[in-house]
Ligand binder design. Structure first.
Ligand SMILES: Nc1ncnc2c1ncn2[C@@H]1O[C@H](COP(=O)(O)OP(=O)(O)OP(=O)(O)O)[C@@H](O)[C@H]1O
Ligand SMILES: [Mg+2]
Length: 400
């Protein structure tokens, strides 16, 4: 026990702590040890109080009122060697069979309370400042998302224009051919009224190649219908992308979203890879479709850009409990181990200047995180990479 008292004294006595420490024995109402600060405060020499009765520094009522168990902020009055009272605020803690009191003079305590209050106010101000910064960051992030989206759309616009140009081109040329055929058919129909012999009509049909026209008309019509269908598809996909960028979520068909995104980026993929799809049965997923489309687009573009000659991009989906998984796998050059931890950093790119901004993956990461989901990565250098996006089927009300 002596050893313990010494350690208490050393710890407290050596510090310039404006606090008294008093260890007393409640059974015998005696002082085991008082630290230097307390002894001095009461006008005694360093160890003079040790072993004395408690009554030499407080009256009997105070002795009886001393805390017998752990407590905070009890008030006691002690007397110094000249009989003057000193008010203290006390915290008590049992120490084996003894009690240890830490005493703060009331004036010191109120000073500490003022300082505490000032610290609290400062912390509160700092917190407010931090909150303002966070909301500024959030708005910059929203702008960033919008800018990146615009840039991505701009980059793709040329490809989309090309995509639309091609079907429009052949639909237009088919229409011209069809107009020619119609002229020929009109000639045959008009001739029916004028020719006297059926043989003449047969010759005319042969000259105008009626058989060929008859077959070609239906080919041209179905090819044109397909072309128009394709243009319609691309326009729908573009509409998905240009949705207003608010935070609204809606129940969405992610398979349809993947198909739309594939249409939009088709021009960038078709010369780089064969695209295989393996769609599982998916429930509708509550999400901001414009943003999720953007994630798919970034992953698909990265996959295509990782392939040097011609490879395979596999897009698959599956449903797991109340989550869905979307996996984009490529047979590209993979990610070097030293780059793995950096690819989600804004502006990290291994692409030549002017080709990559390094914003695709950080943006995708932000969007998926906002949806309460995750993105996982598997990559083998030289073999390929797979990104797996996991999304909850429903959003927590406060989750976004
Ligand atoms: N499928 C992938 N295969 C190999 N490397 C990849 C793949 N996806 C991403 N990376 C690596 O991660 C880096 C960062 O990707 P991110 O999409 O953020 O930017 P970027 O594609 O370089 O540029 P941006 O998308 O802005 O045009 C890429 O430069 C590339 O090194
Ligand atoms: Mg990218």
């Amino acid at each position: 026990m002596l050893k313990m008292n010494r350690s208490v004294k050393m710890e407290i006595g050596n510090h310039e702590l404006p606090a008294g420490v008093l260890i007393f024995n409640p059974q015998q109402s005696s002082i085991i040890s008082a630290n230097d600060y307390l002894a001095e405060k009461l006008g005694y020499k360093s160890t003079a109080l040790n072993g004395q009765a408690l009554s030499c520094i407080m009256d009997d009522a105070e002795v009886i009122a001393l805390p017998k168990e752990a407590s905070h902020s009890t008030r006691i009055r002690l007397q110094d060697n000249k009989g003057r009272n000193h008010a203290f605020v006390v915290s008590a803690k049992p120490l084996q069979e003894n009690m240890c009191l830490v005493l703060l003079e009331e004036s010191v305590e109120s000073q500490l309370s003022i300082e505490l209050e000032q610290d609290r106010a400062r912390l509160l101000a700092e917190q407010t400042q931090k909150n303002e910064l966070i909301s500024k960051l959030e708005s910059v992030n929203a702008q960033f998302v919008q800018t990146e989206k615009m840039a991505a759309i701009g980059q793709l616009a040329a490809g989309v224009a090309h995509e639309i140009n091609n079907p429009i081109g052949y639909v237009y040329s088919n229409l011209q051919t069809l107009a020619g055929y119609l002229g020929d058919l009109r000639q045959i129909i008009e001739a029916i009224d004028q020719v006297s012999e059926i043989e003449e009509l047969k010759i005319l049909k042969n000259t105008l190649d009626y058989e060929f026209i008859r077959n070609d008309v239906s080919d041209l019509m179905s090819e044109s219908a397909q072309g128009i269908e394709r243009v319609k598809h691309i326009i729908t996909a573009l509409k998905d992308f240009s949705r207003s960028d608010d935070e609204k979520t809606e129940s969405s068909d992610l398979q349809q979203a993947l198909e739309s995104t594939l249409s939009v980026v088709w021009n960038e993929l078709k010369y780089k890879a064969e695209v295989e799809t393996d769609y599982g049965e998916l429930p509708l997923v509550e999400c901001n479709l414009g943003q999720i489309n953007q994630v798919f687009m970034n992953l698909l573009l990265n996959a295509a850009q990782s392939i040097d000659d011609f490879g395979i991009i596999k897009v698959s989906t599956r449903s797991l409990n109340n989550r869905v998984e979307i996996r984009v796998e490529d047979s590209g050059h993979g990610i070097e181990p030293e780059h793995r931890s950096r690819i989600f950093e804004p502006f990290f790119t291994t692409k030549p200047v002017g080709e990559g901004t390094g914003l695709g993956l950080p943006l995708a990461y932000n969007i998926i995180k906002k949806h309460g989901g995750s993105i996982e990565l598997e990559s083998t250098p030289g073999k390929g990479t797979a990104f797996t996006v996991s999304l909850p089927v429903t959003q927590l009300k406060s989750g976004r």
